[in-house]
Design a protein around this ligand. Structure first.
Ligand code: Z5A
Length: 213
């Protein structure tokens, strides 16, 4: 059986975690072997890089350093976990991938898309997601949810979540532009719907793209 690379994307609080649960339950129900991971992260070293990217530092983090850290983490995750799982014919379910780099470092920070594309090619070669579920919500709604959850769990917003609202509008715009540009890859799901509706959209998308494989 061929491996399948599925990524889940969206602004903060869009419902990615909720979507991931639905995807994993569906894969178990149809008996497909899967491997679950996230970015930045997924291996011990990549998780350390994740902490560096998301935590506060005394010195300011340059946009280029942030970009290189997410790609360094990606290189580890690809070689240690993603590529081996795909070679074994598994479905890889990855919470965020390079589309997030285009959205956050490209849209949010304003790094030129071509620079990101150079690193994408260097780190990934021709590897691209087979399918991306984009949970789309207005940033105001997503951030309100993320804040609500942070309060519930007694946590705090991370370094990126503290950006101004305009940052997240730029992030969302890049995601939506990419969804238009890559219609074979993207499935856009309205994340502002009630959870049961979001779940049934996800299941329909999985049946269409993975059901016959
Ligand atoms: N980042 C980057 O900059 N560059 C890169 O290349 C990559 C990542 C790969 C970590 O990502 C950060 O890394 C991220 C981008 C950056 N920015 N930040 N910060 P992350 O995915 O680990 O963290 P996150 O974006 O902050 O995820 P999140 O806030 O956990 O979002 P979520 O998973 O989409 O949310 P959720 O947990 O599913 O839902 C949030 C709450 O809303 C929760 O209480 C739910 O019960 C509730 N919810 C969810 N769906 C609904 C619906 N439909 N109705 C009502 N309530 C709902």
């Amino acid at each position: 059986m061929m491996g399948f690379f599925l990524t889940i994307e969206g602004c903060e609080g869009a419902g990615k975690t909720t979507a991931k649960k639905v995807v994993l339950q569906w894969l178990s129900a149809v008996g497909r072997e899967f491997m679950e991971t996230r970015e930045p992260g997924g291996t011990p070293l990549a998780e350390q890089l994740r902490n560096l990217v998301l935590s506060e530092h005394e010195e300011s983090v340059t946009d280029t350093a942030e970009l290189l850290m997410v790609f360094a983490a990606r290189s580890q995750n690809l070689s240690q976990r993603i590529e081996p799982a795909l070679a074994e014919g598994k479905v890889v379910v990855c919470d965020r991938f390079t589309d997030a780099t285009y959205a956050y470092q490209g849209g949010g920070r304003g790094i030129d898309e071509q620079r990101i594309a150079v690193l994408e090619q260097l780190v990934q070669g021709d590897r691209r997601p087979d399918m991306t579920l984009l949970l789309d919500v207005e940033p105001e709604l997503g951030l309100a949810r993320a804040k609500g959850r942070a309060i519930e769990q007694g946590g705090a917003l991370d370094r990126i979540e503290q950006e101004a609202i305009e940052f997240f509008h730029r992030v969302r715009n890049v995601y939506l532009e990419r969804a238009e540009r890559f219609p074979n890859q993207y499935v856009v799901i309205d994340g502002s719907q009630p959870i049961p509706e979001v779940e049934s959209c996800i299941i329909k998308a999985l049946q269409t793209r993975l059901g016959s494989q």
